[in-house]
Design a protein around this ligand. Structure first.
Ligand code: AMP
Ligand code: GLY
Length: 418
């Protein structure tokens, strides 16, 4: 089959590598892909949010299946448009993608269907938000309603910080129109777990759990980033917690989306916090996580393409989704300075025996050079988590480019939990 994958990050590289193992996949196009993905797919210079361009390409090349991974094209209706012209897709419709695209939508959904999450209030008026903050419990969490590249969340430790956050979102519009409405919510504490789950709108099959490391510096200090590394499985996600999540979060969410007339198909990402009062939803994403996917898919033993087709056809219940019992770690190599200012354009050397998923890199006269903040993710796999982490760092140390930076403590918290 001739398929296409929309997107250009390390996550897409991991998806493409997993899909290329399927005997039913012959040709993979990446729109737009990147310099590293070019080794595993045919990259086509059409942007992930150029929906017209994507649809035209699918028609012209007679694409037989499309995988839409990033949030923006999903929210813009890429799946709706491709389905209209007869191209089956992996991913939710625009209506179902609202579960990530609007925090107000997802918070109200959880409230209506009794799905555990932080208590919250929604504000459209800055005056109301500021006066609420006069008496709100502190710390508190301020979230812009819309998509904000994963940066629309501010944790305020004082009342003044909370008010500044509201002003910056609603008045200064630091996240653009996304901040026209804000959610102010209860501050929760506990270990965080990411669970990605396949669903066909009726049945939900969770993948192996994982843990992201969002801050730029060791010890969870520094600025929030897109993710500096991941490990799987997450030791805080015990079998007992998994069962509670299935009953109180996963299945109720799938049923709620159906009841709302927005059945969700594709990969639903549950960002969970394991609080003293049980697991609660911090956020939903309507797609694979990045860099969670980079540790989850290497542990998948079943055929990814077959599972994806099952989410489209509504046959997930009969389809095997099996993970290995081992562990995986991903260490992100970034350009020093990220998520602030950094230099790019430096040649990258990756030894052939190191497994890496490339994100911010491009080909220049046949040489792979750095082209982004997060350059690539190095993968280590093993029987145990400590073995996987050791292998990932051994690989990371053998890759070279100027201004290479990585956290040195990926997986440390997980190892301490064991
Ligand atoms: P998000 O972009 O929604 O994933 O939020 C970014 C990070 O903010 C999460 O990974 C959590 O660490 C933190 N966060 C979000 N909501 C809350 C909350 N209600 N309480 C505590 N931390 C939160
Ligand atoms: N790793 C977090 C996300 O994909 O949103």
């Amino acid at each position: 089959m001739k398929i296409m994958v929309i997107g250009s990050g390390g996550r897409e590289h991991a998806v493409i590598k997993a899909l290329s193992k399927s005997e039913n996949v012959d040709t993979i196009y990446a729109l737009p892909g990147n310099g590293g993905i070019a080794a595993d797919a045919i990259c086509v210079n059409i942007g992930a949010t150029d929906i017209d361009g994507i649809v035209e390409f699918a028609k012209k090349e007679k694409i037989e299946y499309a995988v839409v991974t990033p949030d923006d094209p999903l929210a813009l209706g890429a799946v709706d448009r491709l389905t209209e012209i007869g191209v089956p897709c992996f991913g939710p419709t625009a209506a179902a993608a609202q579960i990530e695209a609007s925090k107000v939508f997802s918070k109200n959904l959880m409230k209506k269907y009794g799905i555990p999450t932080a208590a919250f209030e929604v504000f459209e008026d800055i005056g109301d938000a500021l006066s609420y903050l006069e008496t709100a419990p502190i710390p508190t969490v301020i979230k812009a309603d819309g998509l904000a590249l994963g940066k629309g969340v501010i944790i305020a430790m004082t009342r003044d910080e909370a008010k500044d956050a509201v002003r910056s979102m609603m008045e200064d519009k630091i996240f653009g129109a996304s901040g026209s409405r804000v959610v102010i919510e209860e501050f929760l504490e506990g270990p965080e777990v990411s669970v990605l789950a396949f669903t066909d709108g009726k049945c939900v099959k969770p993948m192996v759990s994982s843990m992201d490391h969002k801050r730029a510096l060791d010890g969870d200090r520094g600025l929030n980033t897109g993710g500096m590394g991941t490990i799987a499985p997450n030791p805080f996600y015990t079998d007992e917690i998994a069962e509670i999540c299935r009953k109180t979060i996963f299945e109720p969410t799938i049923e709620a989306m159906c009841a709302e007339g927005r059945p969700f198909r594709g990969c639903l990402y549950f960002g969970l916090m394991i609080t003293k009062n049980g697991p609660k939803v911090i956020e939903y994403n309507c797609r694979f996580g990045d860099p969670e996917t980079q540790v989850v898919l290497p542990l998948l033993e079943s055929d990814l393409f077959r599972i994806m087709q099952a989410t489209t056809n509504g046959t997930l219940a009969e389809t095997e989704v099996k993970f290995s019992s081992g562990a995986a770690a991903c260490v992100v190599l970034a350009s020093d300075g990220y998520p602030g200012k950094y230099e790019k354009g430096f040649p990258i050397d990756i030894p052939l025996d190191v497994e890496a998923y490339v994100a911010g890199a491009k080909l220049e006269d046949g040489t792979l050079v750095t082209n982004g903040g997060r350059v690539l993710g190095v993968i280590g796999k093993g029987e145990t988590l400590s073995e996987a982490i050791k292998k990932a760092y051994e690989g990371a140390d053998r890759i070279s480019f100027e201004n290479k930076y990585c956290r040195r403590d990926i997986g440390k918290k997980a190892l301490a939990a064991k």
